[in-house]
Design a protein around this ligand. Sequence first.
Ligand SMILES: [Zn+2]
Length: 237
Amino acid sequence: MELDLLSIAAHPDDTELTCGGTIIKMAEAGYKVGLLDLTAGESGTRGSAAQREKEAAKASRVMGIAHRENLGLPDAAIENVRDYKLRLAQKIRDLRPRTVILPYWEGRHPDHYTTGRLGYEACFLAGLAKLPLEGRPHRPYKIIYASFYVPAVRPTFVVDITAQLGKKLKAILCYSSQFSPRQDLQNLFPARADLRERVGSLARHFGLMVGVRYGEPFVTREVAAVDDIVAMPVRSI
Ligand SMILES: [Zn+2]
């Protein structure tokens, strides 16, 4: 398989929440888009692994992606160890993505930031010829980090998802086990009714940064190149 874009995330529903609009936009543009969830989310407070698998399949159909699979690592126990790195590197060789989306490398949940680091190292290892892996070496050309979960981080760029926000919300709502019927005190499992406002207001915040209605933020470690400074988007004053 030769994917144009692969999103690697710790739990089913992470990609939908952090960069689902961008995933949908790229699928709509005709790119071959895949998702790789590292765990089945079986340690989550709500929902069994089997339930979340069904929900993920439903969300995939909403997003229109070409491929999705689960690496089966233990939930709430993702560690940056060689075994996991090699398993992930093998998947990267199998799927051969041009661009990879990883979770931002810092955050509240250890699985999220560990996936960011593990993912980067696996992308590197996938390109080494002499490792005990099958298939031809492959290294993604581009790695970008989804930072929707860490709004304090200033994004490198924002993708306009104004036209995709409705579908993004629809995909998130496929994970019905993750939403409480009413507001809970810790605020970790938003009530269904609150979700639209939460996701929408964050997307609005990022959209404002680039002069569009709704946006999703990303960070890159490298600098972006510009060819035409006359046609550059995003108003300065
Ligand atoms: Zn998660």
